[in-house]
Write a protein that binds this ligand. Sequence first.
Ligand SMILES: Nc1ncnc2c1ncn2[C@@H]1O[C@H](COP(=O)(O)OP(=O)(O)OP(=O)(O)O)[C@@H](O)[C@H]1O
Length: 367
Amino acid sequence: MADVPVIPQLDLELRHIRKRYGDFVAVNDVSLQVGKGQFICLLGPSGCGKTTTLRCVAGLEEPDAGDILIGGREVTGEPPWKRDIAMMFQDFALFPHMTVAKQVGFGLEMLKKPKAQIAARVAEVLKAFEIGHLAERRPAQLSGGQKQRVALARAMVTEPRILLLDEPIGALDYSLRETVMLELKTLQKRSGISFIWVTHDQNEAFSLGDHVVVMNHARIEQQGRPDEVLSRPRTAFVAGFIQGNNVLEGKAGLVRDGVLEVMTALGTFRVPLLDLAPPAAGSALSFSVRAERLIERPGEDVPNRIALRCITVEYFGAFRRHVLEGAGGTVVKYDQFGALPQSIREGENIVLGWSLDNGVLHRAPPA
Ligand SMILES: Nc1ncnc2c1ncn2[C@@H]1O[C@H](COP(=O)(O)OP(=O)(O)OP(=O)(O)O)[C@@H](O)[C@H]1O
């Protein structure tokens, strides 16, 4: 018997989605695959097309081109209730007059499930979300975190294949977010439901997502595992958007042994090409180096070195950021663990460097 390849079923597949509003293209050629039970974060600045992409998946917008498959089934053109999805919005959209128990059971009532079955399922979900004691309260009697849990319970009660979440914790107090994120991640893993989470907050995206999709100007600039996107930003936009990168612009020089020379205002640096084609000599390009990857007072064996002056030192909880200035006023950031003794003072001149493999050459943005 011939071996049949096992193709893992995808919860969602977007194939070349395009959505315009008049002449304005809000989503341009977006393709995405979501495996079973994955946690996907759509990350990007305001107006880049995240919500429109989500609304296309939900069936609240019809794409002008492209296909949407949910659980391997083509759903483009089908209404939201036929798509095996649920949605959760930033304002939670709870019904003000309904008790928590009623809200949570609402989706099952719409599906006309038997009363006893609804009661049993609601009790189970209230328990799982630890909101059983709130069953008879109305939204006005709940805290922000509790409303959030009720909204999530309501969305998950019908066990949809995919839950679409648009900035779901954007309205929560900052001090609550970390706890809520941890809870959500645990619930998501336990339920096996795929989450597609829209956010402009990179901390959310990188701490929650199994897969992070970075959008800009209606297109996907990069997608991959959080550690991949963090350590190897594909384009100058992604590198600049993600905290902690130094993005240096320059011109291409010679290539030797797979290493490109880049001439910048700060000096000439060596950056590995990896799988990129050698750029034409003199062409404009950029590369990045993460602020925590810089080395203080590097030895002669470190190929990339810059003379800088420390302008200021900023304190961010676990780390300390040095803002330094080099030739032509170019600013460089250097981050050091807060637990280490401070070794650079404001006003001090210092040489920083980085090893070859910490320079990441960028590709041109998608055309
Ligand atoms: N109904 C509409 N009619 C016209 N333009 C629209 C409509 N909906 C969205 N847009 C435009 O499409 C672009 C993408 O909007 P979208 O809401 O998808 O962005 P976003 O990345 O979710 O932004 P935010 O983080 O601010 O919510 C924006 O420029 C927006 O003004």
